[in-house]
Design a protein around this ligand. Structure first.
Ligand SMILES: Nc1ncnc2c1ncn2[C@@H]1O[C@H](COP(=O)(O)OP(=O)(O)OP(=O)(O)O)[C@@H](O)[C@H]1O
Length: 493
């Protein structure tokens, strides 16, 4: 046991020394905490990826009984007419300018029409939503019963988007579809549910609220359950509420799991209680699309915002999504961009639901050409015009990287992604390169421009930090109820 400092010696330590000791100690503690955090983040993502990897390595044999349908098989389906769809659906596809089925649609829809459970795996932007909507609508045409299908999505914005696809495809068949998500009025939703909708698109938390509290509403008649972004929904933070939902919906039903990145963990898939599912995989486990150009920029400490503004200058006028790890980063980065004359808007979980929908609509309409978002916008959002995705913060989960960059280069269009990499991110980037099975080429900015920008950006950053603090104080002063978060955005703070 190290001898403790004697009383006399202690007295001699001057106040200044104590302060000095304290501040260097604080510095040490901060550094240690940062290292701990990075270590735990790395080990968490390493565990996550290793588990996934282990399970996928051994998954084919002892996984849920499935039939792999690889794209390599020459698909017999070359047109929507080949699918023998009802005329109303054929006309809807034509109206949406769907000339021919995408690979996932050509492979999955026939199994759906046969009544099979499906695990659908296809790249981002490849038409998975229509792949699961069409068989449901074809079956609904012959059944015409309320509460026929329920689609679960991990975020509110994605739920709205899926509802739009159902409305468009079901436009000729008197479809009644409702969206049930957090952050919106419960009474309005209860009224919508009493109108006996055919299809319910929901985030799990709010759906469970209604199943527990809305009189007369039940899913006893349910025939189809879809989990879009299924691997995300089967993550632990949705565990308890999903288990409750699985307990009260009929086991006699058709179940679809779709995603661009699928979990192979057997127990997770079994929780979704699939019956002899067919696994339709038209891409390998984790792949990004070929029309996407992906690069990275190594950023020196303290220069991240300058590099970001350098890129915004490079891509002036383009439609850009910037992804950050936390709400505060999203708010601050949007404010910084606006202070420097860019048309940016934030989207994150600390905004009200109407602010979130407003931000997304402004971006979709082109009123703002830069959306600064947390991972609440990483999955599923389909905004055809997005030209560039910038990873301001590198995601700790490699799957989040695939979904983020998949917001561009959709439906065969080209797109670009750039990731800003600091010395703390090297391990994460190596893991991402390993998962997507490609080395991300480095881009080097024009040094002179960086130097000329740095001071201005630094000043604007200080102002953006001040305004972000103000935003967060106002928000907590309003005492916004800490409702349950539907959004699976575990890294939002
Ligand atoms: N057969 C088709 N022909 C042309 N465009 C299509 C077709 N099917 C879907 N699309 C369009 O492709 C875009 C992407 O579709 P969707 O959002 O369903 O992709 P996704 O695979 O679900 O993507 P993500 O994995 O990011 O959720 C949408 O704009 C959709 O309207």
């Amino acid at each position: 046991m190290a001898p403790s400092i004697s009383g006399k010696v202690k007295k001699k330590i001057s106040k200044a020394e104590k302060k000095e000791t304290a501040s260097s100690l604080a510095e040490k503690i901060k550094k240690k905490a940062l290292l701990e955090r990075q270590k735990s983040e790395k080990s968490k993502s390493k565990d996550q990826n290793n588990q996934d990897q282990d399970a996928s390595n051994s998954q084919s044999k002892n996984s849920v009984e499935t039939v792999d349908v690889e794209e390599s098989q020459e698909s017999k389906i070359n047109s929507f007419a080949d699918l023998k769809l009802i005329p109303e659906l054929l006309e809807a596809c034509q109206g949406m300018k769907f000339d021919k089925p995408t690979p996932i649609q050509a492979e999955a829809i026939p199994y759906g029409l046969e009544g099979r459970d499906i695990i659908g795996l296809a790249q981002t932007g490849s038409g998975k939503t229509a792949a699961f909507s069409i068989p449901i609508l074809q079956a609904l045409w012959h059944a015409q019963t309320p509460y026929f299908a329920c689609v679960l999505a991990p975020t509110r914005e994605l739920a709205y988007q899926i509802r739009e696809t159902f409305d468009a495809l079901g436009s000729g068949m008197g479809l009644r579809c409702v969206t049930i998500v957090g952050g919106m009025d419960m009474m309005d939703q209860a009224r919508d549910l009493m109108r006996k909708p055919h299809v319910i698109v929901a985030t799990p938390g709010r759906l469970m609220d209604h199943l527990e509290h809305t009189k007369g509403f039940s899913l006893r008649a349910l025939k189809f359950l879809v989990m879009d972004e299924a691997d995300r929904l089967l993550d632990m933070e949705f565990g308890p509420v999903l288990d409750k939902i699985f307990k009260i919906i009929p086991r006699e039903r058709t179940t679809y799991l779709f995603s661009a990145t699928m979990t192979s963990k057997i127990e997770k898939l079994q929780r979704a209680s699939l019956t002899n599912p067919v696994r339709v995989a038209v891409s390998n486990k984790y792949s990004t699309v070929d029309t996407l150009i992906q690069t990275l920029m190594v950023v020196p400490e303290g220069y991240k915002n300058t590099y970001l503004i350098y890129l915004l200058n490079e891509f002036v006028g383009k439609s850009i999504i910037i992804f950050t790890r936390t709400c505060a980063h999203a708010q601050r980065t949007a404010l910084l961009s606006r202070l420097l004359g860019f048309s940016a808007i934030p989207l994150h979980g600390q905004l009200t639901q109407s602010q979130r929908l407003g931000a997304l609509n402004k971006f979709k309409a082109g009123d703002r050409n830069i959306l600064v978002a947390t991972d609440v916008a990483a999955r599923g959002l389909d905004i055809p015009s997005v030209d560039v995705v910038i990873n301001y913060d590198i995601p700790t989960d490699s799957k989040a990287y695939i979904h983020r960059v998949g917001r561009t280069a959709r439906a065969g269009r080209s797109g670009k992604s750039i990731s800003l990499v600091t010395q703390y991110d090297l391990e994460l980037i190596l893991r991402i390169e390993d998962v997507i099975d490609m080395k991300l080429p480095k881009e080097v900015p024009d040094r002179d421009i960086i130097v000329s920008l740095h001071e201005t950006v630094d000043k604007a950053t200080a102002e953006a930090i001040r305004e972000t603090k103000e935003f967060q104080e106002n928000r907590s002063n309003k005492g916004r109820k800490k409702g349950r978060r539907d959004d699976a955005d575990r890294e939002e703070r």
